[in-house]
Design a protein around this ligand. Structure first.
Ligand SMILES: [Zn+2]
Length: 191
């Protein structure tokens, strides 16, 4: 079977990359309540998107064609997956990832992939050194804007192109409430 091309995903995660929500199930319950998701998929892990998905996530462009369930075409469709929880933060990046900026000098780390990789496979307290100013920074606190992100629990809205759709304030507030007041953020990952 041919694996369809990965169009990308919208990723939601708590702003604090070290935060592990106490009750991941409560987050899914909240998403059911607000109509972002419906029942579990029959074809694999994940959830069908619910009746309010198109209000809770805003699509750019005038008339997007969004496939919300499997059909005869076999084309990928949008659905929700929960990823994690992980014992320590994980960096999710992809072909869309832009070099992050150093928090001290604000210059971009163009060769970031190698230094991050050795750090992320090393010990927990490893820091990435900035080649411009020498500042050492926790790799999980780098700002990739919306082109990558770190966390211990993620929600994936599958088959969304980078920048194609943004979560509404209502959705972000609902996630925050389900996570005892910890704010959430979003980014995109294209593999
Ligand atoms: Zn620097």
């Amino acid at each position: 079977m041919n694996q369809p091309l990965h169009t990308g995903r919208l990723v939601l995660t708590p702003e604090d990359p070290y935060l592990l929500p106490d009750d991941p199930e409560a987050i899914l319950t909240k998403l059911h309540e607000i109509g972002l998701i419906e029942g579990a998929l029959e074809s694999g892990p994940g959830y069908l998107l619910g009746e309010h998905f198109m209000q809770l996530v805003t699509f750019m462009g005038c008339s997007p064609y969004i496939r919300l369930q499997a059909d005869a075409s076999g084309e990928p469709f949008c659905h929700l997956l929960q990823d994690g929880p992980y014992p320590r933060p994980k960096l999710l990046c992809g072909t869309n990832t832009q070099p992050p900026r150093c928090e001290a000098c604000r210059k971009r780390l163009s060769e970031w992939r190698d230094s991050f990789e050795s750090c992320l496979t090393g010990n927990d307290s490893c820091k990435v050194g900035c080649p411009h100013c020498g500042h050492r920074q926790d790799p999980f606190t780098y700002d990739f804007r919306q082109s990558a992100g770190c966390g211990r629990l993620f929600l994936f809205v599958e088959n969304i192109f980078p920048q194609e759709a943004i979560p509404s304030p209502t959705l972000l507030t609902a996630l925050e409430l389900a996570c005892i007041g910890h704010p959430w953020r979003y980014f995109y990952q294209q593999i």
